[in-house]
Design a protein around this ligand. Structure first.
Ligand code: HSE
Length: 403
């Protein structure tokens, strides 16, 4: 028997208990062990819930119990999660977590402790909800030098953009819907400002490139400035707007960013709608691959957490997470990165715009007679910024184009 303790009985924690109870037969078969929930830690009481029988309020009970093999941390946030996880690992207990903030900030240290103790610190659910992307990067794509990761990594914002585009919802209503469905973070600022996607691309990039990408180094822009007008222009262009988290290796240099992008129908990410997440990976021998699935919500996230528990039960005294060192990954200046830019302007002529940018592609919509939009040719971001200064008083919005 393998005993586990679940820290936190919120959305994901209750999902973990539900998944283990619902699928216990197949889970035990796959783990080749009986997975037993010995404790659930939460400060609250849950009268009438069967979890009451295993509910504890004091973490010391768990960390001091030599019968607990695996600790499942699904509390979220940095503290007390970090202290609890570190103590569990130091006590020789493997940890499975869904906590991207914890992994993005303390991942290298926690993985180092797990390595020293020959146990595991696994975090499949921290990126892409139920999509098995961490396992793929860690153990399937090991023949490749990966040179691009581009993902739709936040279910809340993808759901919101989809609802704004298809149902004409405004930003606030779309956010309320996503919160009601249990997709959003406790404080949805992390979703809508891109911070959640930023931590996820930092984790995935660290695994893909084998060095620690500090999330604080990643340029991050959310979707709060995206308007129905932008969405209508996108439709007119046969494109859609997605919040992309991307990192690329160009020669010996790397860049990473999170921002809304216009993407065309030829992109495999175009059709990733609703709460779904997707990660596009390019490897030097593999070529293109894409991973797709439910990116947030109670059961998809719990599915990934429980998969880690099964893996840990199968490898109780053998460390299996390999390709992440604490050597820092240094990023190049974004100003050096090339791309095309979509710009909406008001009160300036096409002649003035082309005097600055050269030939551009123009898009005008009859609904907005006072303005028009244009798409630049390919140029470095630094050059775009310099040119944009010249028409700044007339600029309404700018969105990058994903080529
Ligand atoms: N708030 C996150 C999202 C939850 O919307 O994707 C899953 O990490």
């Amino acid at each position: 028997m393998v005993n586990i303790a679940v820290l936190g009985y919120g959305t994901v924690g209750s999902g973990v208990v539900e998944v283990i109870n619902t699928n216990h037969e197949s889970i035990n078969k796959r783990a080749n062990e009986e997975i037993n929930i010995k404790y659930v830690l939460d400060l609250r009481e849950f009268p009438g819930d069967p979890v009451e029988k295993v509910l504890v309020h004091d973490y010391d009970v768990i960390v001091n119990d030599p019968e607990v093999d695996i600790v499942v941390e699904v509390m979220g946030g940095i503290e007390p999660a970090y202290t609890f996880v570190k103590r569990a690992l130091l006590a020789g207990k493997s940890v499975a977590t869904s906590n991207k903030a914890l992994v993005a900030k303390h991942g290298p240290e926690l993985m180092e402790i797990a390595k020293e103790k020959d146990i595991n610190f696994l975090f499949e659910a921290s990126c892409g909800g139920g999509i098995p992307i961490i396992r793929a990067l860690n153990s399937s794509l090991t023949a490749d030098e990966i040179d691009e990761l581009t993902g739709i990594l936040n279910g809340t914002t993808n759901y919101m953009l989809y609802r704004m585009s298809t149902a004409g919802c405004n930003f606030e209503d779309a956010l309320k819907e996503a919160q009601a469905k249990g997709y959003a973070e406790k404080d949805p600022t992390a979703d809508i400002e891109g911070y959640d996607a930023c931590r996820k691309i930092a984790i995935l990039s660290s695994l893909a490139y084998g060095k620690f990408l500090n999330y604080e180094d990643i340029y991050t822009e959310g979707i709060t400035r995206i308007t129905p007008e932008d969405i209508n222009y996108a439709k007119e262009m046969g494109m859609t707007i997605k919040l992309l988290a991307t990192s690329r290796k160009i020669g010996d240099n790397f860049y990473a960013m999170v921002a809304p992008f216009l993407i065309g129908q030829e992109s495999p990410l175009y059709s990733v709608n609703g709460v779904f997440n997707s990660v596009f990976v390019h490897g030097n021998v593999l070529g293109d691959a894409m991973f797709y699935g439910s990116g947030a919500g109670k059961l998809p996230t719990a599915s990934a957490v429980v998969a880690d528990v099964v893996d840990e039960a199968k490898h109780l005294h053998r460390n299996i997470m390999t390709n992440w060192t604490s050597r820092p990954l240094t990023l190049m200046q974004l100003d050096e990165v090339e791309g095309r830019f979509f710009v909406r302007v008001k009160g300036t002529t096409l002649q003035q715009v082309e005097n600055v940018f050269g030939e551009v592609q123009v898009i005008s919509l009859k609904e907005y007679p006072d303005e028009y939009a244009f798409v630049t040719s390919n140029m470095k971001q630094g050059i775009f910024k310099e040119k944009a200064l010249e028409i700044e008083p007339f600029m309404v919005s700018m969105i990058r184009i994903k080529d």
